[in-house]
Design a protein around this ligand. Sequence first.
Ligand SMILES: CC(C)(COP(=O)(O)OP(=O)(O)OC[C@H]1O[C@@H](n2cnc3c(N)ncnc32)[C@H](O)[C@@H]1OP(=O)(O)O)[C@@H](O)C(=O)NCCC(=O)NCCS
Length: 348
Amino acid sequence: MATAVGTYVIERFDLGALSEKDVRQIADLYNTLGQERVPEDPVPDPQIVIDRLRSRPNMMEFVEWLARLGTGDIVATGSLIAFTGDTNQRFREVGLSVLPDHRRQGIARRFLEEMVRSFDRDDLVLSFFTNARVPAGEAFVRRLGAGETLRARFSQLVLADLDRGLTREWARLDPAGYHLAWIDGDVPDRYVANVITAYEAMNTAPRGTSALEDWHVTVEHVREFDRSRSAARRLRRLLLAIDDRTGETAGYTEVVYDPRTPHVVNQQGTAVIPSHRRRGLGKWVKAAMLERIVDEWPAARLVRTGNASVNEPMLRINDRLGFRYAWESVQWEAGVPAVRRYLEAGGR
Ligand SMILES: CC(C)(COP(=O)(O)OP(=O)(O)OC[C@H]1O[C@@H](n2cnc3c(N)ncnc32)[C@H](O)[C@@H]1OP(=O)(O)O)[C@@H](O)C(=O)NCCC(=O)NCCS
């Protein structure tokens, strides 16, 4: 069904049912917004974005809208992500992307109206992520009454400046009672339980004032993350620190690399199980990973990571390794009644 807002037509869509031309326009739109956030990056080939769109993990359920001009060109998208599983079912992650020339004309507001109309319950929590380099995002979420729940610091490590003396020393820390295990491709059966423990350890990272509960990771999630990553042609290196005595995960770190955007390695989670902290495991796994990245992916110039601004132990390790501030991102949450009040007030 399509409805008009000014000169724009708003339509709900299913990615799988869109024409190639539409999907390509959406990829271009995401690239334009990506350049606004990180103008220093080369623009990725749209096919990379398309591959990621088409390989989304199936535990994220998307409901999406787009805005078109009379010419048929797509100028904005709005998405609502629900997470299947047994935790955080009250959460909906909202993504709103409006091309700069089409802002301040009520498109995002119309997407929100559609989203709220699609809800069958009023106790949902809507979450939003903004980047401090794009002030429009923050202005907008404040306007609709969302509250800030967590600030994250994004940092970059310039690999040419890496202190190899330090990483070699830390990579050889070999804390007594632990050994390392590398997972390069999909997670083999014998490590699935270890990887679940590793991913669930991310529940101990600071969440600020967010209403999110602990995530419960299942075997199906691990398999689906792998399927989705391979389908998007991304590589992954996962390093487990394992307790020799029990065989259980004590800590881990994980990175993802797309050889088609060779300049950057994306750091994923790093965590040490609380009972194994303060024994050097965090430094050990991070340094061993950096040593491997430098040897294996010589075209990589940067490693990028995001950490809660209050995550002192992780920030301290990253600072020592040479990660430097790049930008800040902010997470926001709003209840449905607050968003309804904003919409019903009818704008300024
Ligand atoms: C944030 C964004 C989606 C807003 O889209 P938009 O179509 O311009 O927003 P709307 O025109 O519907 O504005 C909705 C309300 O927010 C306010 N608003 C939007 N941008 C604003 C800005 N830059 N400064 C102040 N207020 C702003 C509008 O005044 C309007 O208030 P009103 O309802 O009282 O009139 C758009 O700027 C964007 O795509 N930014 C980059 C991506 C992003 O940050 N997304 C948000 C996180 S998901």
